[in-house]
Ligand binder design. Structure first.
Ligand SMILES: *[C@@H]1O[C@H](CO)[C@@H](O)[C@H](O)[C@H]1NC(C)=O
Ligand SMILES: *[C@@H]1O[C@H](CO)[C@@H](O)[C@H](O)[C@H]1NC(C)=O
Ligand SMILES: *[C@@H]1O[C@H](CO)[C@@H](O)[C@H](O)[C@H]1NC(C)=O
Ligand SMILES: *[C@@H]1O[C@H](CO)[C@@H](O)[C@H](O)[C@H]1NC(C)=O
Ligand SMILES: *[C@@H]1O[C@H](CO)[C@@H](O)[C@H](O)[C@H]1NC(C)=O
Ligand SMILES: *[C@@H]1O[C@H](CO)[C@@H](O)[C@H](O)[C@H]1NC(C)=O
Length: 486
């Protein structure tokens, strides 16, 4: 549009270019390939000079005199101007990192619309003020790095922004109230920093928000009642903060579209509101580790699409509603004041469940009588601190990919030698039951084991586990317990 270099090359030009490439493939490369705008080249080389370590050679292609539009991570959508800079490491790979700071010379890239600096881990320094001079900037994802200091109070000047993510850095101080000026935002992700203070009311002006993620900070005060106009929200995560008070009523406005609501690990209280049962699109609801009390609303029966439900560690009481879910993937109702009696039928029939946690849920059944429809997907089963009798042997013979089985504090009575240890099993806690027999060699494949306070007997196989894992049995002996008598 604005760029004369986008003219279609004439046949003569092509012929010359071809000749040059043949005659001098290396020395003439500068001439034939120098395509990107000099400001962009200067800006990017400035960025590179702010990087002190690049162990995976991410910026190896960034060489002066070559076309910067061809450099790794650089996009020029329109002509010779750089429109996006996108450098990403692999999340758990300590080689794909960049150490250094974001150079102010980024301000030369004045056609930039997207800045994506993700999982580089060691990129540090303050919020890059050069962003304020980039008139076309729409998308900022500076995620999982080590930037620190405050989020600038004038962040609201980035008025054109459509997405802002600073998640996974070390930013501290309050969320500036000017954030309410960013009315074009569809995503706001500030999770995993050290932000303090309350949630600014101005967020209610961000009417196009689909995603509001402020989890893993130290935000406090009540969750403001600001959701009534934010009916495009699909995902809210406010977990792991210090929020107090109740779930605000205006969240009910989000019923048609909201899929993820994560409020776990706060100090919220009061009842779980009835209106949550109207959230027909809800996929994930996490209210765990709060002080919610009273009954779970009967309306939850209508949450037919829920896959992940975590209400653990609250003060909820009976009766638990009979859910109409098509399938649940993970369920945690542990450590409330429920007396479920049995593992609910709607759990037993779920075809896709992989994580079931019902610790201290007042379950009084014989485990052999539990016949789950599908056991193939199970990773974790936690039935600790109930009054479950019988044997898990049949169940554990069917769970081919189980990783953790926790059943301490029950009345399970079976011979440990008859239990099948699947290859995937890493965590086994059977402490304080009525388990008998010997400790089999197969325990050596586990990462954590506790069989204390049972009726086991005989010599222990060689083991890395401490004595407390075997304490309180009838007649176990051998390291780490006292030697067996000859
Ligand atoms: C980490 O990234 C480097 C560079 O891309 C690669 O060679 C290496 O295989 C990766 N390591 C792992 C564990 O993925
Ligand atoms: C992160 O940045 C801080 C300075 O804010 C620095 O002290 C620390 O060493 C950095 N950490 C890493 C892993 O680079
Ligand atoms: C919100 O989104 C709609 C539909 O995409 C768009 O027409 C409108 O301009 C957006 N509003 C703002 C303030 O960006
Ligand atoms: C479930 O939704 C239907 C239709 O919206 C409603 O009539 C019914 O009362 C709801 N059930 C519960 C238990 O809230
Ligand atoms: C485990 O299952 C296999 C076949 O699926 C069966 O042969 C075996 O007897 C079972 N073991 C126990 C202890 O139930
Ligand atoms: C095993 O469980 C007992 C009883 O709950 C506890 O005291 C002990 O610390 C546990 N040991 C290990 C290794 O987990």
């Amino acid at each position: 549009m604005h760029s004369p270099t986008r003219l279609i090359p004439s046949p003569l030009f092509l012929a010359i270019a071809f000749t040059i490439t043949i005659l001098c493939p290396f020395s003439c490369l500068r001439v034939s390939a120098a395509r990107c705008h000099v400001d962009d080249e200067t800006g990017l080389l400035g960025f590179k000079s702010g990087i002190r370590a690049d162990p995976s050679a991410m910026l190896a292609s960034w060489k002066k005199g070559t076309d910067c539009c061809q450099w790794l991570g650089v996009t020029c959508l329109t002509g010779d101007r750089v429109t996006a800079l996108s450098l990403g490491g692999q999340p758990n790979n300590l080689t794909t990192t960049l150490t250094g700071t974001i150079s102010p010379s980024l301000s030369k890239l004045n056609h930039l619309d997207g800045l994506y600096l993700q999982d580089l881990k060691y990129l540090s320094g303050p919020f890059p003020h050069s962003l304020f001079t980039l008139p076309k900037l729409l998308f900022v994802y500076i995620e999982n790095n080590n930037l620190s200091g405050p989020i600038p109070t004038n962040i609201g000047n980035l008025i054109q922004l459509e997405a802002l993510s600073l998640q996974g850095n070390q930013f501290s101080g309050p969320i500036p109230s000017s954030i309410g000026e960013l009315t074009h935002l569809t995503q706001l992700k500030l999770g995993g920093n050290h932000l303090t203070g309350t949630v600014p009311l101005g967020i209610q002006r961000l009417r196009n928000l689909t995603l509001l993620h402020l989890e893993r900070n130290q935000l406090s005060g009540p969750i403001p009642d600001l959701f009534s106009g934010l009916s495009d929200l699909i995902s809210i995560s406010l977990s792991n903060n210090k929020f107090t008070g109740t779930i605000p009523g205006s969240i009910s406005a989000l019923a048609p579209k909201l899929r993820f609501l994560e409020l776990g690990h706060n100090s919220l209280s009061g009842k779980i509101p009835d209106f949550l049962g109207k959230f027909h699109a809800l996929d994930t609801l996490d209210l765990s580790w709060n002080h919610f009390s009273g009954e779970v609303p009967k309306s939850f029966a209508n949450l037919t699409k829920i896959f992940n439900l975590d209400l653990s560690h609250n003060k909820l009481v009976d009766p638990f509603p009979k859910m109409q879910v098509k399938g649940i993937e993970s369920l945690d109702l542990s450590y409330n004041q429920f007396h479920l009696g049995r593992i609910p039928e709607w759990v037993t029939t779920s075809p896709i469940i992989y994580s079931l946690k019902l610790a201290k849920c007042g379950i009084k059944m014989k485990l052999d009588e539990w016949k789950p429809a599908e056991t193939y997907f199970y990773d974790y089963i936690d039935l600790s601190e109930n009054q479950i009798t019988g044997s898990p042997v049949q169940l554990l013979n069917r769970t081919d990919y189980l990783v953790g089985f926790y059943a301490s504090g029950n009345k399970l009575k079976f011979n440990l030698e008859s239990m099948r240890f699947v290859k995937t099993l890493k965590y086994l806690d059977l402490s304080s039951n009525l388990v008998y027999g010997k400790v089999p060699k197969a325990i050596s494949g586990l990462s954590k084991l506790n069989v204390s306070y049972n009726h086991l007997c005989g010599q222990l196989p060689s083991t890395k586990f401490p004595a407390s894992a075997f304490a309180g049995n009838d007649c176990l002996c051998g390291s780490p317990l006292p030697q067996c008598k000859a």
